[in-house]
Design a protein around this ligand. Structure first.
Ligand code: GCW
Length: 666
């Protein structure tokens, strides 16, 4: 059978039929509520569309399937369903009835999506009882869409929300997006331009707030609350004040009034996201104030409305002189934010990028995790594939996220990022999505797995990348044979990408600004502070205690682990150490030989992945097949470029040939 992927529908594909159809043909809802009613509607519509069950609304308690809140169903039916954490659910299937009950309305909605995916995976049987709840309450995505309609670091077409400087969208498309988000548990979405003083900031003016309110209304039934990206300079760019100094009384008053105005339009706005003092954006440093003073003025304005300030920690000196070796960009976030631990208002969430640099393919986990004990903070990931192949190369990101979540900060007993999330020490997760107006949402059809995986991991950070790959593939490719091959490809893709990219955690050998393809010295003499300083003998930055001292920002056990090349994970060894090319690695080969080997292997891996994809030709519909094929072909060219440029670069530097005699260009 040819697997006919309806790309637009993502992980909601048509199935032949459903078990328990008899019970599913009448769906009853005994309570009222915007999200609950939407949940019931969604369940009926998707049962009909994807499982050919003619599912009708049923009055009363006799429906085959009942949806509601746990408290509501217990009271009305005399049940004893256990309660869960907020937004959790209980699914109970007996021969006589199916119950999908949420701890709250959102929980019921998440319950119906989980139920539908289990149904599609053939995992719903009589007698099952599932109790589940999200690990963390804040599961967000931040759009980098400009109001012009372009998407910053977007690889899937234009913005879903804006066109030519206006809020302008296809309503059905936005609803379908809200469904995708809710189905994997995303409950916050930030919109609004983040750069410059351009029209993006006009979203918080009376001229545009009605548009934003209409968007918020589309997301609301799906349990997704909006956040707004705001500019720190708004008091003077919009408010015409003389300053945006956070300690100025007029500035504080302006933010308060503005917040009051915004909440008149969007009473359930989740808050603001701010990129301040980051890559030339305005911020408190402009006024000699610190970041707690900067964030708190917004926090005070939002507090009466229950809003939160998501304050990004991506703050560093981006006009550095490469000659100056006293600055290490990797230190910046910790140096700036750790001393302020405890100084932030209770409704501030610091958002910390997973690594000290910038969403690199291989970089260590930021030392801020676990180190902030008196401040609420979230983990920031990147779903859009800026440095990871731009949705041309296949790169399954949950593979890396699993590794990040497993990082042990060594603060306390339960100290991996995943434990910190589950225990509430890390207050949530944020990321930049990978979607746009492309019909398949993500440009590369298989990049849908990254969006899916992001939501699933926010919900349950203990899930493995492998399980998620299998789940997504089986939901998306109805044919088991195709699903099997695809999940295998996903799982191979990140390690392959790692191999042909910058070696061993050295980072930033990528084409400047664009960030696709190699340019080994592209950032070497730039302002951005990301140098590798390769010479004839050695490469890398010494970040040990006697080097830039970056390593001392970690808990002592990790400082010791990373600080010694003998114990430092080799994948990251060039992030922490400056090593000679003849440094002998654990496999007995030199660093140089390992660089050659990984780059030959990375290319070969892509070649094999391409062949595996070709093997699906007769099993998959033509448009999907050739779309992915074309991307694999570009990926192979990219891997070849990386392989040859990296290998030639190091061959020219060292004059040391490949021990295996493979072709390295002069
Ligand atoms: O990865 C970098 C991007 C910038 C981006 C920045 C950020 C939106 O290259 O384009 O700015 O991250 O996280 O703010």
């Amino acid at each position: 059978m040819i697997c006919n992927l309806k790309e637009y529908d993502c992980w909601f594909q048509r199935r032949a039929c459903a078990p328990l159809a008899r019970l599913l043909s009448s769906v009853g809802l005994l309570e009222q509520g915007l999200i609950l009613e939407n949940a019931a509607m969604e369940l009926r519509a998707l049962l009909t569309k994807n499982f050919a069950v003619l599912s009708l609304a049923a009055e009363g308690k006799d429906a085959g399937t009942l949806i509601g809140t746990i408290a509501g169903l217990n009271a009305r039916l005399g049940l004893e369903l256990p309660s869960t954490k907020a937004e959790g659910f209980v699914i109970k299937v007996s021969g006589a009835r199916i119950i999908i009950a949420g701890q709250d309305e959102a929980g019921a909605l998440y319950g119906i999506y989980r139920f539908l995916s289990l149904l599609a995976l053939d995992k719903i049987d009589e007698g099952i009882e599932i109790i589940d709840a999200p690990a963390t309450p804040f599961r967000s995505l931040t759009h980098w869409d400009n109001i012009s309609g372009d998407v910053v670091r977007g690889y899937a077409g234009k913005s879903l929300f804006y066109k030519d400087g206006r809020v302008d969208y296809d309503e059905q498309r936005v609803i379908d997006y809200a469904r995708l988000l809710a189905s994997v548990g995303i409950n916050r979405l930030a919109i609004g331009g983040i750069f410059g003083t351009g029209p993006g900031q006009l979203l918080i003016t009376e001229a545009m707030l009605p548009d934003v309110a209409r968007l918020a209304a589309l997301f609301r039934p799906f349990g997704v609350k909006l956040l707004l990206n705001v500019k720190f300079s708004a008091p003077y760019t919009l408010g015409k004040l003389a300053t945006a100094d956070p300690l100025d009384a007029a500035v504080a008053a302006w933010w308060k009034e503005r917040a009051d105005l915004i909440y008149r339009y969007i009473p359930d706005l989740a808050g603001f996201v701010v990129k301040a003092d980051s890559e030339l954006e305005p911020g408190p440093f402009n006024y000699g104030r610190n970041h707690a003073e900067g964030a708190n003025v917004l926090a005070v304005a939002l507090a009466p409305h229950g809003g939160e300030v998501v304050w990004r920690c991506f703050v560093y000196n981006c006009v550095q002189d490469w000659r100056d070796r006293s600055i290490d960009r990797a230190r910046a976030a910790y140096d700036i934010f750790k001393p302020l631990d405890g100084a932030f208002a209770g409704n501030v969430l610091l958002q910390v990028k997973f690594g000290p640099y910038d969403f690199q393919v291989l970089e260590p986990v930021s030392p801020l995790f676990g180190a902030l004990s008196k401040t609420r903070y979230t983990l920031e990931l990147q779903v859009t594939q800026e440095y990871t192949g731009q949705q041309i190369d296949l790169c399954y990101l949950p593979y890396n996220w699993e590794r990040i979540l497993g990082f042990d900060t060594r603060y306390g007993l339960r100290s991996t990022l995943r434990e910190l999330l589950v225990d509430g020490e890390i207050a949530g997760v944020g990321a930049i999505p990978n979607v746009g107006l492309d019909h398949n949402w993500t440009g590369h059809p298989l990049a849908q797995a990254n969006l899916y995986g992001y939501g699933r991991l926010c919900w349950d950070p203990c899930l493995s990348a492998e399980l998620i790959a299998r789940e997504w593939s089986a939901l998306t490719f109805v044919d088991a044979r195709v699903a099997d091959t695809v999940s295998g490809l996903l799982l191979r893709s990140y390690p392959a990408y790692e191999k042909y990219n910058a070696p061993f955690g050295v980072c930033f050998m990528v084409t400047p600004a664009w960030h696709y393809g190699p340019n080994i010295e592209g950032y070497e003499f730039s302002l951005w502070g990301t140098y590798h300083r390769a010479d004839r003998f050695a490469i890398g930055i010494d970040r040990t205690a006697t080097g830039t001292g970056y390593v001392t920002q970690y808990a002592p056990e990790n400082a010791a682990l990373f600080g010694d090349p003998a114990t430092c994970p080799e994948q990251l060894i060039l992030f922490f150490h400056r090593l000679r090319y003849d440094y002998v690695m654990k496999n007995g080969q030199t660093l140089l030989q390992n660089i050659y080997d990984t780059h030959f292997e990375g290319y070969d891996e892509v070649k094999q992945m391409l062949e595996l994809w070709k093997g699906l030709k007769d099993w998959i519909d033509e448009p999907t097949y050739s779309q992915v094929l074309a991307r694999f072909e570009c990926q192979l060219a990219n891997a070849r470029e990386w392989r040859d440029q990296i290998n030639t670069y190091f061959w020219r530097k060292t004059g040391v040939a490949d021990a295996k005699g493979r072709k390295i260009y002069e």
